[in-house]
Ligand binder design. Structure first.
Ligand SMILES: C[S@@+](CC[C@H](N)C(=O)[O-])C[C@H]1O[C@@H](n2cnc3c(N)ncnc32)[C@H](O)[C@@H]1O
Length: 276
């Protein structure tokens, strides 16, 4: 057996141990990504092999938490893919305005930038007072960051550009105060947001959502896991509810492909069919 095959077996055993001990299922995650991250942690932790890493994971929870951060990719930004927000603002919001109250779920919300972008959009469209945003991620450390809504000052220039391209109606700096190297988002943007830990792989449905955004998360799951999560979204959406995926994700060739209608294929926005 060649060394690569041996490494694959060791990694599978490590991931099985993580699953049994901590309940996080990385066994179906895209292989190359997992391997790259684990190799990196092995190199910087002075361990000789994955057997040593498995022992450490089982007996040192702090080390496991580090690994959890390694395995989840948290890259995000405000108004990421601004044309998607423009589409939501121009085409989805007028439809959602016909409801007395709407519920939005950001699944895999990372450090919250996507959530606060939605909060700004809802505020500008006069919808915030009749909305509830649920923002979830399985990484509790990143959720703590999300709840704070404090971001480095140096990314504000690109966030401002995104905001403007997305059809933002104000001066973006109205939404934060600068404090040395950081900005603190306005408290009012947090009013309608509930952050909570939720693992898409192991946890259940969030009921009767009008819009679910799960962007740049499924890309790290294999097809089986994607199907599980997409069925979870189908069950969590009300009839006629909308699902928005990341720019490299799609419903094509998935189990739910026929249960949704693409309403803005280029922007990965889909509508749940009214009939099952
Ligand atoms: C690349 S970020 C995307 C953030 C944001 N949605 C965006 O598009 O900018 C992926 C996020 O998904 C989260 N994630 C990965 N696997 C998850 C799971 N099984 N359950 C919940 N969140 C998960 C990660 O912790 C990370 O914060």
């Amino acid at each position: 057996m060649n060394p690569i095959q041996n490494e694959n077996i060791e990694i599978q055993m490590l991931l099985e141990a993580i699953h049994q001990k901590y309940g996080y299922n990385f066994k179906d995650y895209a292989n190359a990504h997992t391997k790259r991250r684990l190799r990196h942690r092995l190199n910087i932790s002075n361990m000789n092999n994955y057997a040593a890493m498995m022992h450490r994971v089982l007996y040192d929870e702090d080390f496991f938490n580090l690994l959890l951060l390694d395995l989840s990719i948290n890259v995000t930004e405000m108004f990421r893919n601004p044309l998607v927000y423009k589409k939501i603002r121009r085409e989805l919001i007028p439809l959602l305005k016909t409801y007395a109250f709407i519920k939005i779920w950001h699944a895999g919300c990372s450090a919250g930038q996507e959530v606060y972008s939605m909060s700004i959009l809802l505020e500008e469209e006069g919808m915030k007072h009749r909305s509830q945003i649920y923002a979830t991620d399985f990484n509790e450390l990143i959720l703590d960051k999300a709840k704070k809504g404090i971001y480095p000052l140096d990314v504000m220039k690109s966030y401002t550009g995104n905001y403007q391209q997305s059809g933002g109606k104000k001066d973006f700096s109205d939404y934060y105060t600068a404090d040395y190297n950081h900005v603190i988002l306005r408290q009012s943007l947090k009013e309608k947001v509930l952050f909570s830990a939720h693992n898409l792989v192991t946890d259940g449905v969030f009921g009767e959502m009008n819009l679910i955004l799960c962007r740049n998360v499924l890309i790290y799951f294999n097809r089986q896991l994607q199907n599980r999560v997409l069925n979870l979204f189908y069950d969590s959406l009300c009839p006629g509810g909308y699902l928005c995926l990341g720019s490299k994700e799609s419903l094509k060739f998935t189990e739910v492909e026929d249960k949704f209608e693409p309403i803005a294929g280029r922007h990965r926005i889909y509508k749940k069919s009214r009939l099952p």
